[in-house]
Design a protein around this ligand. Structure first.
Ligand code: G3H
Ligand code: ZN
Length: 286
């Protein structure tokens, strides 16, 4: 069934677990994420990024409607989230399109401007009944932006600054920069677990990990134990889909029916979804 992202994250945070939130781009992504979550028997969030909307010729509704319909019919609770929103126009469409939550991303701006823009977005979102996440610090590697050194001075989230940011903006959750980077195609990121511990001790809102595709399973499990309650994953699904399709087409150069390779890609994504959800719930080593 379709539920709100806020309730999934709140419940996860209270249980010291995390809900996985997967970027959807095509209908196959929607079907794969739900199939993968059903296989894991776990709630899940479907998230649509502003970049995915741009890819869909600037239109939110076609993908949103597919996601709402699929969520309503799912055997597990599914939340719908609008991700990395910079455009006020897109933010305004969220509630009508069926989303219960948004991530407003002004993290590229200096602190004072990030706070001012986020506070306006949060007031607006709350008036619409939306749950809102924002970002402080720099999780690099965003679409169209140069990759950042995730551990560069100034890239990571400062706990005292984060406390003020959350209090003054009124956001419901905070995306923190603790060493992951967007769009990594290898799972080699090492997280700053000491910083995460300080952030979760300082903040009373759930913490969100972005760029989770580059984070190995044991690091993910440790991040959940350290206080991450929402884990955003995008690139891992593209790696799974593209790899499976590439392999299929190489083995079947005569294939022309798109259903043949899309189903292979969809199954690979569903397995990746189940794998990541399982990793989040895995007991810590040692
Ligand atoms: O908001 C989306 C996530 O941060 C996805 O990052 O594509 O590196 O997994 P990723
Ligand atoms: Zn992100």
């Amino acid at each position: 069934p379709l539920v709100t992202t806020g309730e999934l994250v709140t419940r996860a945070a209270a249980a010291h677990s995390a809900v996985a939130s997967f970027n959807i781009i095509t209908l196959e992504h929607v079907e794969a994420v739900i199939a993968g979550a059903e296989a894991a028997d776990a709630p899940v969030v479907l998230q649509v990024s502003e970049n995915a909307v741009k890819f869909r010729y600037g239109r939110l509704l076609p993908l949103a409607r597919a996601a709402v319909t699929a969520a309503e019919r799912a055997a597990v609770p599914v939340g719908l989230h609008l991700d990395h929103v910079q455009s006020d126009d897109l933010l305004r469409q969220a509630a009508d399109a069926g989303f219960s939550s948004v991530m407003y991303d002004a993290a590229r701006l200096p602190y004072a401007q990030n706070l001012a823009a986020t506070r306006i977005a949060a007031d607006w979102a709350h008036a619409q009944g939306l749950w809102i996440e924002a970002e402080l610090g720099q999780v690099g590697g965003k679409f169209g932006q140069p990759a950042l050194d995730a551990h560069a001075p100034g890239a990571r989230t400062d706990p005292a600054e984060a406390r003020a940011f959350v209090a003054d903006s009124g956001v419901d959750a905070l995306a923190v920069a603790i060493g992951s980077t967007h769009a990594m195609t290898t799972r080699t990121a090492t997280l700053d677990h000491d910083l995460l511990k300080r952030l979760s001790a300082t903040l009373d809102v759930p913490l969100v990990l972005h760029g989770s595709s580059g984070v190995p399973d044991d690091e993910l499990a440790a991040a959940v134990a350290g206080g991450i309650a929402k884990v955003n994953v995008g690139t891992a699904l593209n790696i799974a889909m593209t790899g499976a399709i590439r392999e299929f087409l190489a083995a079947h150069p005569e294939a022309v029916d798109s259903r043949k390779y899309l189903s292979v890609g969809r199954e690979a994504m569903a397995r990746a979804v189940t794998g990541i959800i399982t990793a989040l719930a895995r007991p810590l080593k040692g």
